[in-house]
Design a protein around this ligand. Structure first.
Ligand code: NA7
Length: 533
């Protein structure tokens, strides 16, 4: 749609966001015969994969799984080139999906949704965008889990003379670091993917590390045509099998506990997983995220790998993480640790000497000053709630979502929140979302929401709202499950701990298969836990 379009009109549904979630939601609702309008702030579709164009940006879930399964034709015809797809390839895929299913005509780009207010009298949402107002019976937030950039407020940043970049808002024309002194702040997944690439170009690269990350090699490679043929011969079967695994992805889960076997056997298993590469390292034993002693064995294995790769023992020690392995999302890399053997790369530990100020010509930590021509903020996201809470959302009696979630997000199944009728969240807090393969999780939510709307319409019903009791019970359950694990033991973005002032609440739900079963049961019991009218 052209930029000049004025958003006006009354729709059956408004969808906010045109990434993986928004595109499929549009397709599904249109199939039901609904009038739908999608609003997207970007100048193109793709959501997370539109914005994250930093060098080395790549998915950490394998291509054959990180893709839609709703259309057998689509999954048979699309050719992924590598084991892990790059950002440009994923974006090309989403562009293809938008064209193939004729989605673009209902998507309004460069249109930020400012507010969504529920009108009790009509049971409709009044939605205000930067370019006009619309109304809709249903409002679906497809705003993404990792879409709102986290930019620390370092004093002096506005006086920095060089260029600054955030990995999650990368310039479309790319950046040439040749001959530059570059500072990268952060060592999460985005930093770990981009640092080896930036190091190849930069005159000198300073990496400012607050917390080291565990990273497993990707062993990325072109996809083997024989393997692709094998998967395609029963793609549905492959998907079904994965949907029964705890993370909804093809990580072979061991039935053994780590301390059940001897040290040699453990080392063999870790070595095999390290050689295979990727996030499947986490399921080498069935208790790595449950038992500290078990986790220590895996953590020490990775620390030993770092010590073997990185030549300077002091640098290796600084790179060696101490927290629970997997507590912050595991990273998947290509040549990350080895990059610190390069003469043009310096690791700066800011854990005990934080960055105090950005200077016109660099930055200063509590210990020293560094001269920099440009700074890359690889500082992550206001995850899972940031994008939704950026919109002024008001439910019954004018209650603001920001107020309701002031102490942390509260949802029923991560799909709805009490007091906000006809508002659906896709992969909202309280659902497996980021602790699962996102695309199947998105599809499961989209289909659940579409089925729910169809069910209401068949009965001439206009309104659905989670009950406070069902929501309270779900929040307690999500926390109970998390408290059985080691996840709450570190300062991760799963807990909101990366954003100063954000309430510390574990947001995703652990366990894809039982979660899907619960959602299906709720639907089969005529949307148990919801008030319908
Ligand atoms: P992450 O994983 O949240 O990483 C952000 C990094 O930035 C992390 O190392 C942070 O250190 C660091 N950070 C944040 N604020 C500061 C300040 N003020 N000073 C120094 N360092 C800071 O974001 P990514 O974009 O890398 O990855 C997000 C997800 O995308 C990833 O998990 C995959 O699922 C894909 P900290 O650890 O908080 O000490």
């Amino acid at each position: 749609m052209s930029r000049q379009t004025q958003s006006t009109g009354d729709f059956d549904a408004v969808v906010v966001g045109a990434g993986f979630a928004g595109l499929y939601m549009l397709h599904r609702l249109r199939e039901l015969g609904l009038s739908v309008r999608v609003f997207e702030v970007g100048s193109g579709i793709g959501g997370t994969w539109f914005w994250n164009r930093y060098p080395g940006a790549r998915c950490d879930i394998e291509s054959l799984e990180y893709s839609y399964q709703f259309s057998e034709e689509l999954q048979q015809e699309w050719e992924w080139s590598e084991r892990y797809a790059t950002q440009p390839e994923i974006l090309r895929y989403l562009e293809h999906v938008a064209d193939r299913f004729d989605l673009r005509r209902d998507i309004e780009l460069e249109t930020r949704v400012l507010s969504a207010h529920f009108d009790e009298a009509t049971a409709r949402w009044a939605i205000e965008t930067e370019r006009g107002s619309v109304s809709a019976r249903f409002c679906v937030l497809a705003t993404g889990c990792l879409s709102s950039a986290n930019m620390p407020r370092f004093p002096g940043i506005e006086r920095f003379a060089g260029a600054t970049y955030h990995t999650g808002r990368w310039p479309h024309e790319g950046v040439d670091f040749t001959g530059q002194r570059v500072g990268v702040i952060g060592t999460g997944s985005s930093a770990i993917q981009s640092i080896p690439m930036i190091a190849e170009q930069a005159a000198h690269l300073f990496v400012f590390q607050r917390t080291p990350s565990y990273s497993i090699p990707a062993h990325n490679a072109p996809l083997d045509p024989g393997y692709v043929r094998q998967i395609r011969s029963d793609y549905a079967g492959f998907r079904k099998q994965n949907s029964q695994r705890p993370f909804g992805a093809n990580f072979p889960v061991s039935e053994r506990a780590a301390l059940e076997v001897d040290a040699d056997e453990r080392a063999r298993e870790y070595e095999a997983r390290w050689r295979r590469g990727g996030l499947g390292f986490m399921t080498a034993f069935n208790d790595l995220i449950l038992d500290r002693a078990a986790n220590d064995t895996a953590a020490e294995f990775v620390r030993d790998k770092i010590r073997a790769i990185v030549r300077d023992p002091a640098v290796a020690e600084t790179l060696a993480p101490k927290q629970v392995l997997g507590c912050k999302r595991l990273c998947v890399d290509t040549g990350y640790y080895a990059t610190f053997n390069r003469p043009n790369v310096t690791l700066v530990d800011v854990s005990d000497a934080p960055i105090e100020a950005i200077l016109p010509g660099g930055l200063r930590t509590r210990r020293a000053a560094y001269e920099l021509d440009c700074i890359v903020f690889a500082t992550g996201f206001d995850a899972m709630t940031g994008a939704a809470l950026a919109i002024d959302i008001r439910g019954t009696s004018g209650q603001a979502l920001r107020e309701k979630w002031a102490e942390g997000p509260r949802t029923y199944l991560g799909l709805g929140t009490a007091g906000f009728p006809n508002l659906f969240l896709i992969t909202g807090p309280g659902s497996p979302s980021v602790l699962s393969n996102m695309v199947p999780s998105i599809e499961q939510h989209v289909e659940w929401i579409a089925d729910c709307i169809a069910w209401l319409r068949e009965r001439g019903l206009e309104r659905i709202d989670a009950t406070p009791a069902a929501e309270d019970a779900w929040v307690v359950h999500v926390n109970e499950v998390a408290s059985l694990t080691l996840y709450p033991s570190c300062n991760s973005w799963y807990l909101g701990a990366n954003v100063p002032g954000k309430p510390r609440v574990f947001m995703p739900y652990l366990g894809f298969p039982p979660y899907v079963e619960k959602c299906n049961e709720v639907a089969a019991r005529d949307y148990e836990g919801f008030t319908i009218g």
